[in-house]
Design a protein around this ligand. Structure first.
Ligand SMILES: Cc1cc2nc3c(=O)[nH]c(=O)nc-3n(C[C@H](O)[C@H](O)[C@H](O)COP(=O)(O)O)c2cc1C
Length: 434
């Protein structure tokens, strides 16, 4: 049969290629080679057969054929790519369903794993933007400082950091999460920035999971944030909440508000009555400061004032324009998710910063995707910027160190080009909102 692939008669060659199909994926290299055949019919035929066999790397080989000089070959290659993409999507959805059905994992643990894997694989980002593209620094053509003199170091939770960045809380509570938290925390320590673990609800339910959040041995010096949902403050005792902070030796407790996400989850908590009171009680008793954060839908001025009165010491606006938690849940539950239509719900980050600045010390996260966005957030009134999605993606791609380096450089250059030597001067840099 292999010999027939080089037969001078087109028909014989076609038959041989068709036979290759029965040899499953092992036929793929031969067919990919055939995409370069001088004979347009062979190229066309191979493109069609590759569509049947599929696989992500086949898409890569078929992509150049979209520019083939033969029209029919181009069409067939395009159809094959579409068909492979469809199959991959179905497989993906199946994998997610299977992961959801795993009975041996507690629901909380499996949910955290699904979230991380879905966000990394699918992005699940807002369609609307955080608004940073509408904000420009007024360029200073005569900065009268040197780039090397820029120093963006600041204090956060009583500790010094080299530049004003927090890797916001994402995960914990399952075996891979331990590696993720330790990887993020070690990089944060190396870059001297702040880090937060994800929701510690799983370790209340299963104390043996505490090790998946413990990072002090790799991050001894940086500001470290514990994390729990506002809803859980109602449910668990003060002792249980306090132990979340003590166990991981955190400098503050981040309390996350996520009514949007919960309302989309079929098993979500949809009674937020009493959450403000529970935050207030926690702020009264806890020995470390409480920071209240959203999870991507933003905080308004009215809410910020209530949180200040409740005793919160910091806010993270976590506005819309970055990771969309309703989108994540829609992806997770596919057709069984709650009411659709809330993919783009939320206050964009820039608007949330403008609403909340001056109320409490502020962290700006939600769609902060570069040090330039971060510097704009500082100039708009935040004290620190933060991000989640770009850093978990970079960790998985083994490029976290590089990403953090670029982020810092971008912030420094923004300071330089506005003539700002320090974070205090950057806060006063002139801006234009388009
Ligand atoms: C994979 C993932 C998991 C998250 N889990 C948590 C969490 O457990 N607790 C929390 O407060 N926020 C959580 N968040 C929200 C982030 O901390 C952040 O507020 C939000 O994603 C907006 O930032 P981004 O646009 O940079 O992702 C998570 C975000 C991601 C991407």
């Amino acid at each position: 049969m292999i010999k027939k692939l080089d037969d001078p008669k087109t028909l014989v060659r076609q038959e041989a290629y068709e036979d290759l199909l029965y040899f499953d994926e092992r036929a793929i290299p031969k067919l990919i080679k055939a995409l370069k055949n001088k004979n347009r019919r062979i190229r066309c035929y191979a493109a069609g057969l590759l569509g049947e066999l599929g696989g992500e790397h086949v898409i890569q080989s078929l992509t150049p054929i979209l520019n083939d000089k033969d029209k029919r070959t181009r069409e067939v290659a395009s159809e094959s790519i579409e068909s492979i993409k469809k199959t991959l999507k179905l497989k993906d959805q199946h994998t997610i369903k299977v992961s959801l059905q795993k009975k041996d994992m507690q629901q909380t643990e499996s949910r955290k794993k699904d979230h991380v894997e879905l966000v990394i694989a699918k992005g699940a980002q807002y369609a609307k933007t955080s608004g940073f593209e509408r904000v420009d620094f007024i360029h200073n053509a005569l900065p009268e400082i040197s780039l090397s003199s820029v120093d963006l170091s600041t204090k956060f939770l009583g500790k010094s950091i080299r530049y004003p960045l927090l890797i916001t809380g994402m995960t914990g509570g399952y075996s891979d999460a331990e590696k993720i938290n330790r990887g993020l925390a070690a990089a944060a320590q190396k870059h001297s920035i702040a880090f937060g673990v994800g929701s510690q609800r799983a370790m209340i339910e299963k104390p043996e999971l505490a090790k998946t959040y413990k990072v002090r041995d790799v991050a001894p010096d940086i500001p470290l944030l514990a994390n729990i949902g506002g809803f859980q403050l109602k449910k668990y005792s003060f002792g249980q909440i306090d132990s979340l902070v003590q166990t991981i030796e955190a400098d503050a407790l981040a309390v996350h508000l996520n009514p949007l996400q919960e309302v989309i989850q079929p098993e979500g908590d949809t009674d937020f009555t009493g959450v403000l009171g529970a935050i207030s009680a926690t702020c009264d008793k806890l020995s470390v400061p409480v920071l209240v954060k959203e999870t991507g839908a933003g905080i308004s001025q009215e809410t910020a004032i209530k949180l200040k009165e409740a005793g919160a010491k910091w806010l993270d606006v976590s506005g819309a324009g970055g990771t969309s938690w309703s989108k994540v849940e829609y992806l997770r539950y596919l057709k069984n998710a709650g009411v659709h239509g809330f993919e783009d719900w939320g206050i964009p980050t820039v608007e949330a910063i403008i609403q909340c600045r001056g109320v409490l010390p502020l962290i700006a996260s939600g769609g902060v995707r570069s040090g330039i966005d971060g510097a704009k957030a500082i100039a708009l009134g935040a004290d620190l910027c933060g991000a989640a999605y770009p850093f978990i993606k970079a960790l998985r791609a083994k490029s976290l160190e590089q990403s953090l380096g670029v982020f810092e450089k971008q912030m420094q250059i923004c300071a330089y080009l506005t003539g700002s030597k320090t974070i205090e001067e950057l806060k006063k840099a002139k801006m234009r909102i388009n």
